[in-house]
Design a protein around this ligand. Structure first.
Ligand code: PEP
Ligand code: CO
Length: 395
């Protein structure tokens, strides 16, 4: 990587998972306009959350991240925001009571709009269209107009994020709670346009949310996403999937946290229930012997996605619980503290993941399957998971 960083320096690097905007002038105009907007998250909030994550690294707090896989324009309502907020609070209360630790809370909300996809296009009958990349990029309906990437969608996403944030802040204030937001910093034109620089210190931060993460598909060395993130002061997440080896991980830590600042890096393991035993220990050992300060968190969702016979993407709840159990056992066996969980869930009573006490079956999936991307836990499943984590934290 070159030494000089700017909000634009990522443009010289390999940018995967970006839309192909048909109108370059419209994109440039949208970027310029967004660059003049108020920040959604302040530098102080990003710094405060980094301090809280540093506490979790020291074993004095636990980090809970949860919310939508993909927020959508269609599901935007105060009822949905309130329900997800209440669910995060209920989980936090359960975990806090069991562990005696403060729970640092960060909602995958108010900005979680862009999605990485495994294929560039989608074909139905004899029509091939660009893949859906999240409402901030294009529409989910399978027709050419909806699927065309439109930079004006970034304004609607920004506005929805602002309104969601204001609602979350009011709810949190009423409860005397502290809630941060987070999302994957995937859509580079949007994230770049929301970089702000403090005139006094000259420090830049990503103002789209206090906590940003780099997804498993874009966290390779030489990636434009890594280049953009490295110059921001925000606390950062790195998704760690089975293809991430120890050498690559250490290279990432050296570029993203050369000063080895506490609270800066959260490593989010998302290996899959059958893979975590083999894939995680080498990473834990390499990071430990490097001396890099990190928080290890578990995302038990993204390694456990399967296709039901009916065609729905789902996740068997049992495998989610299995991965969490294995994560706690493996980290503890390696003398590393299991510091957080990162899950996809919603306050709505959906039927997207199979299993749980209410026994959602593959036949039930069609009932209330509303997600715009990956299957989420419903409130009953999320609370059941919180019970398990509470027991593990007590142990
Ligand atoms: C996600 O968190 O929604 C996601 C796409 O995760 P990952 O990058 O780990 O696949
Ligand atoms: Co997802």
């Amino acid at each position: 990587m070159t030494e000089h960083w700017s909000p634009h320096s990522w443009q010289a690097y390999e940018a995967l998972q970006q839309p192909d905007y048909p109108d370059g002038a419209a994109l440039a105009a949208a970027e310029a306009e967004l660059a003049s907007y108020p920040p959604l998250a302040s530098l102080a909030e990003a710094e405060a959350l980094k301090g809280r994550i540093a506490q979790a690294q020291a074993g004095r707090a636990f980090f809970l991240q949860g919310g939508d896989c993909a927020e959508s324009f269609a599901e935007f309502s105060p009822a949905n925001i309130d329900a997800s907020f209440r669910l995060i609070m209920a989980m936090s209360e359960r975990l806090g009571r069991a562990s005696g630790l403060p729970i640092v809370k960060s909602a995958r909300m108010a900005g979680q709009f862009a999605k990485p996809r495994s294929t560039l296009s989608e074909t139905k009958q004899d029509q091939t269209l660009p893949a859906y990349r999240g409402d901030i990029v294009n529409g989910i309906a399978f027709d050419p107009a909806s699927r065309a990437p439109d930079p004006a969608r970034m304004f609607r996403a920004y506005a929805q994020a602002y309104a969601t944030l204001s609602r979350l802040r009011a709810l949190a204030e009423a409860e005397g709670a502290e809630l941060y937001t987070c999302h994957e910093a995937l859509l580079l034109p949007y994230e770049q346009s929301l970089v702000r620089t403090d005139p006094e210190s000259g420090r830049s931060w990503g103002s789209s949310a206090p906590f940003l993460w780099i997804g498993d598909r874009t966290r390779f060395p030489g990636s434009a996403h890594v280049e953009l993130a490295r110059g921001l002061v925000n606390p950062l997440g790195i998704k760690c999937g089975p293809s991430l080896g120890p050498d690559m991980l250490l290279q990432l830590l050296d570029s993203l946290n050369p000063q080895r600042e506490p609270g800066r890096i959260t490593l989010i393991s998302r290996m899959g229930a059958g893979t975590v035993e083999a894939a995680l220990p080498p990473l834990l050992r390499a990071v430990r012997s490097s001396g890099h300060p990190v928080l290890w968190s578990c995302d038990p969702m993204h390694g456990n996605t399967v296709k039901a016979a009916s065609g729905y993407k789902t996740r068997p709840f049992q495998r989610i619980l299995d991965e969490v159990r294995s994560f706690f056992a493996i980290t503890r066996a390696e003398g590393v503290s299991p510091g957080g969980i990162h899950i996809e869930m919603t306050g709505q009573d959906v039927t997207e993941c199979t299993g749980g006490a209410a026994e959602v079956t593959e036949q039930d999936l069609a009932d209330r399957y509303h997600t715009h991307c990956d299957p989420r836990l419903n409130p009953a499943q999320a609370m059941e998971l919180a019970e398990l984590v509470a027991d593990l934290l007590k142990a």
